[in-house]
Write a new protein. Sequence first.
Length: 64
Amino acid sequence: MMIPVRCFTCGKVVGEHWEEFKQRTKEDDENPAEVLDELGVERPCCRRMLVSHKDLVDIVAPYQ
C-alpha cells in the first residue's frame, strides 16, 4: 500500500525518501542506484525497500 516508514530489516527510516526517489526515477528518468546514493540510502535492505515498492493506494482506495 503505502511505503513503510522504517526498513523491515534494520529499522532505519526510509519513508522520508520515497517522494523524491519516485519523482527522480519516474519523471526525470535517473538511474535508481545513483538516486539512492545521493539520498544517502546505503544499506542493501533499505535500498530494497524503496526499489521494490509498488504504490497501490490510488488503486485500492475506491474499494474501501
